[in-house]
Write a protein that binds this ligand. Structure first.
Ligand SMILES: Nc1ncnc2c1ncn2[C@@H]1O[C@H](COP(=O)(O)OP(=O)(O)OP(=O)(O)O)[C@@H](O)[C@H]1O
Ligand SMILES: [Mg+2]
Length: 396
């Protein structure tokens, strides 16, 4: 294309500016060669390199010709009385084309990997955020209904997170409404039941001996209902969200000693040997009453389901940055197929012994509130009995 432009420029007097006798061999190999013929002259009128005779009769326009054993690309412009020929070695032209190609290609070759790397980085970063959100969502349950964090989240995900957070809020409200209803109902039932119990106590001396046994049955029924209502209240409280201002540093061994002391009279009456061995003094960050309630439920189960003359052991241990409290009894244990259900509300594996079936649900709710663990298993040491254990994170 450059050859054609040069040829047209040379139509006027510009061609005359070429020296009539240029210095021989002075032209660099890469330069273009110009030859101007005139009808009245046999030899070129002007030529930048007379030693390289271009074919005067080459076709008008672009053509490729051999000159002195080399391939030349020639543009021939016939403008009587002149024939203007502008030429360049084909090899030089190829080289120029290659250079032009390289010049346009290298920025692309450099940019494409850079853009790919940038895209990969952005995608990986976004997915990292998504993975983090995924584990946050996985941690959500009735005991942990906190909103998902919006800080550092890609702007495209914000509407999605917002609607999840609104859903969590609605869920938390309806769970709280249900919990409050149970708590209020249990609380309201407690007063008339206490009055009933008082009236029964007062009536006792007026009951004729022949009716005493049936009357005692009635009193036991009232006491059972009272126990059930008290457990329902404890469960509603355990389900309530954590009151962080009541959290203190609690020494686990103190709570264990208190729980043992509390059941000691019943244990002695039933000739059950209860003791706390292998005690470690370890601290947890909890509401002390919560730890007490959880432990008392396990100890009360061990005493209640162990026959007279049995043995109940408590031990504490620090392992994996957790404090574990184990209550081991010498009772009948629980059938393996029923074990997975013992933490369900109102589930009872033993119909002969009285209970509300809520004790272990309370333990589970308390443990969940502190991110701890609770488990029940049959003893694996050849003797019958249950190993009930709860674990809480050790206070730093
Ligand atoms: N140490 C244990 N040995 C044998 N069975 C047990 C033991 N602990 C729990 N269980 C069984 O698991 C069931 C559920 O226990 P849970 O403490 O939740 O309720 P409960 O003891 O029946 O009633 P509550 O504790 O509310 O008075 C019990 O009914 C009992 O059958
Ligand atoms: Mg119980």
């Amino acid at each position: 294309m450059r050859l054609e432009q040069v040829a047209y420029r040379l139509r006027g007097s510009l061609g005359d500016a070429i020296p009539a006798i240029p210095a021989r061999g002075s032209q660099p190999a890469r330069d273009i060669l110009i030859t101007i013929w005139r009808d009245d002259l046999e030899t070129p009128y002007r030529s930048t390199e007379p030693s390289l005779p271009l074919p005067r009769d080459a076709p008008s326009g672009f053509s490729s010709e051999m000159v002195n054993g080399e391939q030349w690309r020639i543009y021939t412009l016939r403008e009587p009385p002149k024939v203007i020929q502008v030429a360049q070695r084909s090899s030089v032209r190829h080289e120029l084309v290659q250079q032009a190609a390289v010049n346009t290609l290298w920025p692309i070759l450099v940019l494409v990997p850079l853009v790919c790397a940038a895209v990969m980085l952005v995608v990986r970063f976004s997915f990292l955020q998504l993975n983090r959100l995924g584990s946050e969502v996985q941690a959500i349950d009735a005991a942990h209904l906190q909103a998902l964090p919006t800080r550092g989240v890609p702007i495209e995900l914000l509407p999605f997170i917002d609607s999840i957070n609104r859903m969590i809020e609605r869920l938390a409200r309806s769970i709280e409404t249900e919990r409050k209803f149970i708590s209020d109902a249990a609380h309201e039932l407690r007063t008339p039941l206490t009055a009933l119990q008082l009236q029964a106590d007062n009536l006792q001396r007026d009951i004729v001996p022949s009716n005493q046994e049936r009357f005692q049955e009635l009193r036991r029924g009232i006491a059972r209902s009272g126990g059930m209502i008290a457990q329902m209240l404890r469960l509603a409280r355990a389900d309530a969200s954590l009151q962080t201002d009541a959290v203190t540093l609690v020494d686990v061994s103190d709570v264990v000693v208190d729980a043992v002391a509390e059941v000691l009279p019943i244990a002695m009456k039933r000739n059950i040997d209860i003791g706390a061995e292998e005690m470690t003094s370890a601290k947890v960050r909890m509401v002390e009453a919560d730890l007490g309630i959880a432990l008392r439920n396990l100890v009360s189960n061990a005493i209640r389901y162990t026959p007279d003359g049995g043995k109940v052991d408590l031990r504490t241990e620090v392992r994996d940055n957790m404090v574990w409290i184990e209550v081991v009894d010498s009772g009948p244990g629980i059938a393996e197929d029923l074990l997975p259900r013992v933490f369900d509300r109102f589930f009872r594996a033993n119909a002969e012994i009285e209970g509300s079936g809520l004790g272990l649900s309370i333990v589970k709710a308390i443990v969940a509130k502190y991110g701890g663990t609770a488990s029940l298993r049959n003893r694996g040491d050849g003797k019958s009995g249950i190993v009930a254990s709860i674990g809480f994170r050790l206070a730093a």
